[in-house]
Design a binder for this molecule. Structure first.
Ligand SMILES: Cc1cc2nc3c(=O)[nH]c(=O)nc-3n(C[C@H](O)[C@H](O)[C@H](O)COP(=O)(O)OP(=O)(O)OC[C@H]3O[C@@H](n4cnc5c(N)ncnc54)[C@H](O)[C@@H]3O)c2cc1C
Length: 472
């Protein structure tokens, strides 16, 4: 009811009666895109390529969303892999998908994997380049993460400029409904009409209520947020109101690779880039997983299984470790050396591992055994959990340090159920990016590294579907 009243209050400027009680909606845009981040911009630029003029309604004063921070793209069987001598194929990635996401691939996933290389080639058709392909345990067995070159603009920055005539900033959409085949999009200060609407408002990793309702066990943790401040899930109530089915809401991309930001406090996070060089123990003093997983979304799943996790360092490892604030929280993100971090937080330096274990209430004997087994593995050149220990020294030089890791919500892989062209059950209503759980299918599991490619992919697919529908 409150929505209807609000709508009537804002409706006056463009909707008039034609005398027989039917409102006349004017002007009706071919496509309104709600949200000008990664997936919204990709949809818009592809629509322009196909000669359809979109209208982007963006909450912020600039386009880009979280996507402007994302520089590592998942893709399979690309020219850049071939240049680096990496042998890959869609079949290999499809076979491995369950290992690194926890879900069996379906047709939507398979189509994305097969098309991923063409998405990167589309981006580079705008004179943007990728500089390297990097391995990441959250993207399978071969390097698949393509890093944008620092020497060319970010694609979203370049495309934002091209799209500026088609974007309205500072337009927070508050409601969406469909009447007589016209979508009515209400913002805080205006009402717009469209034949088609693309929801591209991003995920909900920063919405405490939706996260807690979707994954109640997360409230057993002092959980933090590692998502851009706009990721508050504005579209979830609209989709619910419109009876568009949601799925996969429990599948929130969780990390366990950071600590509370020492400047900003909870729930903001600082990440520890060198964490995979540490030894991670649970409260029982066991080493529950290969520490290389801490850079992937799998780390959060491990934390859900093991509750508290402690990263252990000896003096040489500690000296090489640093703590970094998140880019979206600062103009220049601070980097703290481990010494500075220890000073600010009053972290204890333990002369013996036994003291560390006792102080943190870890099982002392198991802790000592675990460290000893790990060190023997390093000396013998093989790790029981498959970690690449080739350049690691044994963990043996006092003093020892322990950092308790914090669970953080990085992305959300739940959202509107859509097909591989972004279509919802409502004709003319599309959802892309994190608001569609990236691929619109539950088969993304706990997520994968470099999922930003899926935002560009679904945006492009959706634009092509809209163009095809228009030409009929
Ligand atoms: C620091 C950082 C680094 C990252 N690095 C990577 C990476 O290297 N690789 C990777 O795969 N992922 C990365 N990510 C995640 C990635 O950026 C997101 O998954 C991706 O941007 C999601 O795209 P999207 O289009 O769904 O949402 P966004 O890009 O966030 O866009 C959503 C847009 O919708 C707007 N909006 C929201 N609500 C409304 C409303 N009511 N009305 C109007 N507009 C609205 C927002 O303001 C925003 O502009 C990173 C994220 C961050 C924060």
């Amino acid at each position: 009811m409150s929505f209807i009243l609000f709508f009537l209050a804002c409706n006056a400027p463009d909707s008039i009666s034609n005398g027989d009680d039917h409102p006349v909606y004017s002007p009706v845009h071919p496509v309104i895109i709600i949200g000008g981040g990664a997936s919204g911009i990709s949809t818009a630029i592809r629509l322009l390529e196909l000669d359809i003029e979109p209208l982007i309604l963006e909450k912020e004063s600039v386009l880009g969303g979280a996507g402007i921070h994302a520089g590592r793209f998942f893709a399979v069987n690309t020219p850049w892999q071939i240049d680096q001598g990496i042998i890959d194929s869609p079949t290999t990635a499809i076979t491995e998908w369950e290992d690194f996401t926890g879900s069996v691939p379906d047709d939507q996933v398979e189509h994305f994997i097969t098309e991923s290389a063409s998405i990167l080639e589309w981006i580079t058709s705008y004179d943007i380049s990728f500089s390297s392909v990097q391995p990441d345990i959250g993207a399978g067995s071969v390097p698949r993460l393509h890093a944008l070159s620092p020497d060319t603009p970010h694609p979203l920055a370049l495309w934002s400029e091209l799209l500026s005539p088609y974007a309205k900033h500072n337009q927070t959409v508050t409601a969406l409904e469909k009447q007589e085949n016209v979508f009515i999009v209400t913002t805080e200060n205006n009402v717009y009409y469209a034949d088609n609407v693309v929801i591209a408002t991003g995920g909900f990793a920063r919405n405490e209520t939706i996260v807690s309702e979707s994954l109640p066990e997360i409230d057993n943790y002092n959980w933090h947020m590692e998502a851009w401040f706009g990721m508050v899930g504005d579209a979830i109530p609209w989709l619910t109101e419109l009876s568009v089915p949601l799925q996969n809401m429990k599948h929130i991309g969780l990390y366990a690779h950071g600590v509370t930001d020492v400047n900003l406090g909870t729930p903001e996070i600082m990440v520890i880039p060198a964490l995979e060089r540490s030894l991670i123990l649970n409260q029982d003093g066991e080493r529950p997983f290969n520490e290389q997983y801490t850079q992937s979304l799998r780390s959060g799943q491990f934390m859900l299984e093991h509750q508290r996790l402690f990263a252990i360092f000896d003096q040489p490892l500690w000296e090489g470790t640093f703590f970094q604030g998140m880019g979206y929280n600062y103009t220049t993100p601070p980097i703290l050396t481990s010494t500075q971090y220890a000073e600010v937080t009053g972290l204890t330096a333990y002369p013996e591992l036994r003291d560390l274990a006792q102080d943190l209430n870890l099982d002392v004997n198991t802790t000592l055994n675990t460290v000893s087994t790990y060190n023997t593995g390093i000396q013998q050149g093989s790790d029981a959990l498959g970690k690449d220990i080739s350049r690691l020294p044994p963990l043996q030089t006092p003093p020892f340090y322990a950092v308790e890791l914090q669970l953080s919500t990085g992305k959300s892989f739940g959202g509107a159920t859509v097909n591989q062209m972004g279509e919802t059950i409502i004709e003319g209503l599309y959802t892309v990016g994190e608001s569609a759980g990236f691929l619109g299918t539950p088969q993304v599991g706990w997520g994968f590294s470099g999922s930003i490619t899926a935002c560009y992919y679904l945006g492009k697919q959706t634009a092509e579907q809209i163009a095809e529908t228009y030409s009929e």
